[in-house]
Design a protein around this ligand. Structure first.
Ligand SMILES: Cc1ncc(COP(=O)(O)O)c(C=O)c1O
Length: 380
C-alpha cells in the first residue's frame, strides 16, 4: 500500500509550456498590434519547417494545423477514393483510419505486434490486395514501427507507407530520426504531445520534393506563389497561425531535454514495476523511444476496473490508448474489414496509460507503482 495519499492527474499537457514559449507568442502578437502590424507574412513558418525537418531527419517539412489534417492531405495527394483500400492498425486514434474513410475508401485493419503495439508488417502484408493504395503504421507511444520491414513491402508491392507520427517527435529507429521514412510522416503538436503549438498543430515530413509541394498546395488553397499568384490544384486552409509557429520554434529547441526527462522517468517506472506481478511493461523504453506515452497492460483484468481503482482509491489518473477504432459508433456506417486483429483487441482491453511525465518526481513514480501493485493484487 502507498504510505500516503497523493493526487496525480493524467495531465492534458504532454510536454512543457514555459516563459520562453509565452514570450515568443507575445512578441508576434505585440508586433501585430502595432501600427501597420499584421499576422502575415510568416517568416516563422520557414524557420520552423526547416528546424522541424532537420530535427526529424527529413528533407522537407510542411507545417499544418493538426496531425488529422496532415493525414487527410496525404490521402488526398495519393488520390485515395471509393474502391480503394487503406491498411492501418486498429489500436490508434480514430483519425488514423477515418482519413481514408472520409474519401470513400475502405479501411482494412491489420493486427499489431504484441510487444511493440505497432502495426505488424507481416499482418499488413497479408492484407494487401490489388486495391490497396496506402499503409498507415503508427509509431505507437513514441516507439518506432518496423520501418525496414515496411520499406521492403513498398519495394515489393509499390504500396506507399504514410506514417502516423503523432507520438513520434524525437523518435529514432536504428539511430536515425524517423521523419524521412516511407513516403511521408504526419506529426501532431496537440496539447498532450511532446511539443505543442498552443494546443493544436501538426506537420508533414518527407524526403520527396514533389510530395512536399503537393501537400503544401493542399494546405493553402492550391496556391503557387510567384510574380502572379496561381491556384494550381484544389486545396484547403490547413495553415498554422503566426503565434503558433513562433511557439513551435521555442518548443522544438527544448524537445531534446523534454524527451530525455520523460524517458528517464519512464525508465525509473520500468525499474519500479519490474517485480510487480500481473503487469506487462511496455517494450522499447530505451534510447530512441520518443517517450510520448507510458502504457502498461494488466492481462486478465479489465482495464476499466484498474483505471477506476487507481482513480477512486489512490487518486491516480490514467488514460486509454486506445479503444479499438472500429468500436466507435461512426464505424457502423463505414466500410471496413477487421478480421484477425486479436492482439490489438487484447491489448486495448488491458492497456492503462500511467501519468509518467517529465515533471514526475521520484516520490510520484514510487506512489504510482505502489498504487498499481495494490490495485492489481486486489483485482486478481
Ligand atoms: C496516433 C494519433 N494520430 C493522430 C492524432 C491526431 O492528432 P491531432 O489532434 O493533431 O489532429 C492523434 C492525437 O491524439 C494520435 O494520437
Amino acid at each position: 500500500m502507498p504510505p500516503e495519499t497523493r493526487n496525480i492527474p493524467f495531465t492534458a499537457l504532454g510536454g512543457v509550456f514555459e516563459q520562453d514559449d509565452i514570450d515568443a507568442a507575445l512578441k508576434v502578437m505585440q508586433a501585430a498590434a502595432e501600427a501597420g502590424g499584421n499576422f502575415f507574412p510568416l517568416p516563422e513558418e520557414t524557420e520552423f519547417q526547416q528546424a522541424f525537418a532537420a530535427h526529424e531527419g527529413a528533407a522537407h517539412a510542411v507545417a499544418v494545423n493538426a496531425c488529422g489534417t496532415a493525414l487527410d492531405a496525404c490521402m488526398m495527394v495519393l488520390g485515395i477514393g471509393p474502391g480503394d483500400e487503406v491498411i492501418t492498425t486498429p489500436l490508434t486514434f480514430v483519425c488514423t483510419a477515418t482519413c481514408a474513410s472520409a474519401l470513400g475508401a475502405k479501411v482494412v485493419f491489420a493486427d499489431i505486434d504484441p510487444v511493440t503495439l505497432c502495426l505488424d508488417p507481416r499482418q499488413a502484408r497479408g492484407k494487401i490486395t490489388g486495391r490497396t493504395k496506402a499503409i498507415i503504421p503508427v509509431h505507437f507511444a513514441g516507439l518506432a514501427a518496423d520501418i525496414d520491414a515496411f520499406e521492403a513491402i513498398t519495394r515489393e508491392t509499390g504500396v506507399p507507407v504514410i506514417y502516423d507520427a503523432a507520438h513520434a517527435v524525437g523518435t529514432t529507429y536504428k539511430g536515425r530520426s524517423v521523419g524521412g521514412a516511407g513516403l511521408a510522416s504526419c506529426y501532431s503538436f496537440q496539447s498532450n504531445k511532446n511539443i505543442t503549438t498552443l494546443g493544436e498543430g501538426g506537420a508533414i515530413t518527407t524526403d520527396d520534393a514533389e510530395f512536399a509541394e503537393n501537400v503544401r498546395q493542399k494546405k493553402t488553397f492550391g496556391y503557387v506563389y510567384g510574380a502572379q499568384l496561381r491556384v494550381a490544384s484544389v486545396g484547403f486552409n490547413y495553415r498554422m497561425t503566426k503565434p503558433q509557429l513562433a511557439v513551435g520554434i521555442t518548443q522544438l529547441a527544448k524537445a531534446g531535454r523534454l524527451i530525455a526527462d520523460k524517458l528517464a522517468a519512464m525508465q525509473k517506472m520500468q525499474a519500479l514495476l519490474g517485480d510487480v506481478d500481473g503487469v506487462v511493461l511496455p517494450g522499447g523504453i530505451e534510447e530512441g523511444h520518443g517517450a510520448h506515452l507510458y502504457i502498461i497492460r494488466t492481462p486478465g483484468i479489465d482495464r476499466s476496473a484498474v483505471a477506476a481503482c487507481l482513480k477512486e482509491k489512490f487518486h491516480v489518473g490514467t488514460a486509454h490508448h486506445y479503444p479499438i477504432v472500429w468500436t466507435w459508433e461512426a464505424f457502423a456506417g463505414l466500410d471496413y474489414e477487421s478480421r484477425g486483429c486479436d492482439c490489438a483487441v487484447e491489448a486495448s482491453e488491458h492497456a492503462v496509460s500511467l501519468p509518467v511525465f517529465a515533471h514526475s518526481t521520484d516520490d510520484d513514480l514510487r506512489y504510482i507503482a505502489d498504487a498499481l501493485g495494490s490495485t492489481v493484487s486486489e483485482l486478481s
